[in-house]
Design a protein around this ligand. Structure first.
Ligand SMILES: NC(=O)c1ccc[n+]([C@@H]2O[C@H](COP(=O)([O-])OP(=O)(O)OC[C@H]3O[C@@H](n4cnc5c(N)ncnc54)[C@H](O)[C@@H]3O)[C@@H](O)[C@H]2O)c1
Length: 359
């Protein structure tokens, strides 16, 4: 049976549906019948998934059904990258009632979300995320956007979809490294909001959850539930949504200070969560045993738990002070209150920061 989450925000209500075989079997009729549909597929998503989706969509009798492919890299997540999407919409005379459907990872859901937010000042949107990271994070919460002049996600809109379909079959073509990217966010969600999910991960990660479909559905459900409920209460990132930055203040600084080491976002967040948990231990919020358990889960998820040998503190510190999420030059961190609860801390001095890196 489908698992479902009702997302309620100030601007709209919609459903997140989680299961396997959704692209083949979900009944789109209520949203698609008689409408013009454009599916925008990430070029790395296997063609058979698009075939299955289109076969299913045509059963709901859309008035038009077109699909295009986009290349997904951070360079193409840009105004130029959006051009082919707007061109098709314009040339095919898509009207206000049309539906855009994304089929791809976070780059695709961010781009298609932004196209839907801006074409004719807003059209219908179905997000079908195809990476674990997009399923538990990027496609949940309504943040959409593109990169501009080297800055990440600096042009965008808060725009909620009509529907998010989380089909775990789409994950079958991902490699272990991409699964680990999503696991970083799932671990984060458990640490900030759900102790029993963390304990579940401790058991399941050892047994490779990706091969156990029922557990995977449950874990994705619990994880998206955490993100969507935080977002429902704080759609525009004014309060609790900041808790989702756990591990990210360190992570963003690792990412930019160690760009040349090829550190991915998920790896940087994994390492960032180890440091942020260490900070929580130093502040007396969690025990040494809890810290060790957190580190172990992050390690078993395939994420780094040690600083690289050539780590340079001044590069790291410089990158951290450029972080737009640090307010009024104060170091602002999310720390754990206990496993499963987080809080904002503004009282971190330089020595404590240095100490927290000794993991
Ligand atoms: N809007 C938000 O709230 C939010 C949150 C987190 C991240 N993001 C954004 O998401 C992006 C990262 O997302 P991502 O990790 O999904 O990256 P991505 O979209 O680049 O996908 C990762 C890789 O997997 C490929 N891929 C996608 N689905 C596949 C499939 N089923 N089979 C095989 N290959 C597949 C992609 O082509 C890409 O090479 C970043 O741009 C980030 O800024 C947005």
């Amino acid at each position: 049976m489908n698992k479902s989450i009702q997302v309620k925000t100030a601007s709209s209500n919609y459903e997140l549906v989680i299961n396997q075989a959704l692209i083949k079997n979900y009944n789109f009729k209520w949203l698609v019948e008689g409408k013009q549909i454009l599916v925008i597929k990430d070029s790395n998503v296997p063609k058979e998934f698009l075939g299955d989706l289109k076969t299913n969509l045509s059963r709901s009798n859309p008035s038009k059904l077109i699909s295009i492919e986009i290349k997904t890299n951070e360079r193409n997540k840009s105004l130029e990258g959006l051009q082919p999407i707007f061109e098709v919409l314009n040339e095919e005379k898509f009207n206000r009632d049309c539906v855009l459907i994304s089929l791809g990872g976070g780059i695709t859901t961010d781009m298609v979300g932004f196209a839907a937010a801006t074409y004719l000042r807003g059209v219908n949107l179905i997000q079908i995320p195809s990476t674990l990271l997009a399923q538990v994070d990027a496609a949940v919460g309504g943040k959409t956007g593109i990169n501009f002049q080297g800055a990440k996600n600096n042009i965008g809109a808060f725009y909620q979809p009509n529907l998010v379909l989380i089909d775990i079959d789409l994950l079958s073509s991902l490699g272990e490294a991409e699964i680990a990217e999503g696991m970083a966010e799932i671990i984060k969600h458990s640490l900030i909001a759900n102790k029993s999910l963390f304990e579940e991960l401790e058991k399941k990660i050892v047994n490779k959850i990706a091969s156990d479909k029922e557990s995977l559905i449950q874990i994705i459900y619990e994880s998206s539930l955490i993100k969507s409920s935080i977002v429902s209460n704080d759609e525009k990132e004014l309060g609790d949504r900041a808790l989702l930055n756990f591990g990210h203040t360190y992570g963003h600084a690792f990412e930019s200070a160690m760009a040349l080491e090829g550190f991915s976002h998920g790896q940087a967040v994994g390492l960032g969560m180890v440091c942020a948990s260490h900070l929580s231990l130093l502040k007396g919020k969690i025990s040494k045993n809890e810290f060790d358990r957190i580190k172990q889960v992050i390690k078993l998820a395939g994420l780094p738990t040690k600083l690289p040998k050539n780590f340079n503190y001044s590069d790291f510190r410089e990158a951290m002070s450029r972080d737009k999420k640090i307010l009024s030059n104060k170091l602002r961190f999310i720390v754990l209150n206990s496993v499963g609860r987080a809080e904002i801390s503004n009282e971190i001095d330089e020595n404590l920061l240095k100490e927290s890196l000794k993991i």
